[in-house]
Design a protein around this ligand. Sequence first.
Ligand code: A3D
Length: 320
Amino acid sequence: MFDKIGVIGGGMIGGVLCQEIPKRRLARTLALVDIAPPDMAKGKCLDIAAGSSVVGFDASYDAGKGYEVLKDCQLIINTAGVPRKPKPDGTLPTREELLSINLRITNAVGEGINENCPKAIVISIANPLDAIVYRLSQILGRNRDTLFGMAGVLDSARYRYFVAEAAGVSVENVEALVLGGHGDTMVPIRSACRIAGMPVNLFLNDETLTAIENRTRKAGGEVVKLLGTGSAFVSPAWSALEMAEAIIYDKKKVLAVSARCEGEYGVDGLFLGVPAIVGASGMEKVIEIPLTEGEKKLLGVSIEAVKKTAAEVDSIVASL
Ligand code: A3D
């Protein structure tokens, strides 16, 4: 158990995190910061605290609109962002406009962390994932082990679920890995997919696997369309909690995380979804795995997309 864990952004994903952190007894104190008026963070925590006797957990809460509630947090999960929704004039913001709004938010998030809990390990979920975690790393100026993004755990979980469903086996039997950037170019690694230790091709044919991999790449959008408003929120929160538990309990768990590569996979200084060992000190080691020629090619395309996003971030930040 940690003394204090902070959640930045108490919306859909932050809301699930705030329920689960005390319920799973991951921290004695939960901190929540959200700028939403009149004081949404306080309201959300009061609601959870009021139900705690029914579920049976003791926790204390530090909630509010200012980042000072994050004082002395050991772990931070960042979900702060603005989704794509029509502007007052009815038009949709361009991708660049949205990125520039979210980069401003990230600047505030980064400063809030630096001022209040500069030693906290940070897991970032906010989208666009690769851009936000890249910007946060510029502001926090950390070693790569204490700042990384959550995307690969969720993308791999989606792949695992679709494989389990098609093969008619338990999700617990399926191991899978999705690498690269978090977006349409992500790369489900078929050569690393196993069902109870056996190659996935023993259970499913190429055509089915290709369809599953395409569905995995678009799985976030599939949920968005079905929900009508907002995006997936339970599975992203659970995925971040798997990472948090690996840190809190020093599990040395191998997970797909968005980590700053320092030469691995031919990438230097950019955040890329890669398998890594996650334990008490955060992202402890990036693991390089052998890939097929086809997978290498697809990862190359994804790396180019990540590079382009980072360049876009640099140019927007310079103009802010
Ligand atoms: P949402 O319900 O809109 O919550 C975001 C919260 O952030 C809102 O309550 C805002 O008030 C708050 N916020 C905005 N600016 C600030 C600020 N400066 N400081 C503190 N709080 C602020 O979104 P959500 O919970 O559905 O999603 C959160 C983020 O995760 C979004 O960027 C999503 O796109 C992203 N997301 C990522 C994945 C991945 O797999 C990486 C999956 C699903 C969603």
